[in-house]
Design a protein around this ligand. Sequence first.
Ligand SMILES: [Zn+2]
Length: 289
Amino acid sequence: MNWLKVGNIEVARVVESNGPFMSIYDFFPDATDEKLAPHRIWLEPNAICPKTNMLIMPIQSYVVKTDKFTILVDSCVGNHKTVKWYPAWHQKTDNSFLSNLSNHSIHPDEIDIVLCTHLHVDHSGWNTQLSNGRWVPTFKNARYILSKKECENAAHLSEKYGDPTYNENVLPIIEAGQALLVADDYQIDDSVWLEPTPGHTPGHCSIRLSHRDENAVITGDLIHSPVQCQFPHWNFKFDTDKELAAKTRLNFLKNYSDCDVKVLTSHFPQPSTGRIELNGDAFKFKYDK
Ligand SMILES: [Zn+2]
């Protein structure tokens, strides 16, 4: 299995699904034929399907092994979840995420810490699984370290709009006594900490990794596609606070371009990891080989 190194920290991607997700014009309301035309040459076919204009996106987690902890960052969609806005995920029963995890020689009971960049369904699904009709923590020995702000927002969406994510993916963790609700800049230790990157959701956090002068950042959904390196102001139609999301994304691209920080994205086409480079008055993503 492919593990990348950040100092002594080992990081692997665990993929739940991969393929065409949504039309780029639907996903990014600012996208037009005219703006895209000069960039299709580097976007097709890996990031955009030339025939259908669908964005190609993996749904995936990162496993981070430090000398102290085995950490799961984000937990994909899961099985049996209620997902009305994206029917392909609704009540799915055949996601093989746990066997993909075991292909990396990791048993769910070995996960010490679960981190979620945010609590959307494709980042919190395997937090829980169904057992005898009840949602129970999938990772029974883990502390789930979650942004307090993000949990409050998920609870609000549940109360106000009936969004099932809180009840299915978050509340069972709190009830099991496995949740630790923290500030958005919470530091686990010198090697792993949260970095607030709000906008996509109010308590969205990226995850910073650092060891022996080597650095990496797991983006979460502050950026969804390499096309946003060229057009940082293009928001995903479901970004909660669009102005803040665009500002966070631009700051992120400025802060992490032309430097030695490995950028581990959640939804860029595989291999999903690389570095950000300045490119004229925009940016580009240079994928790892
Ligand atoms: Zn996502």
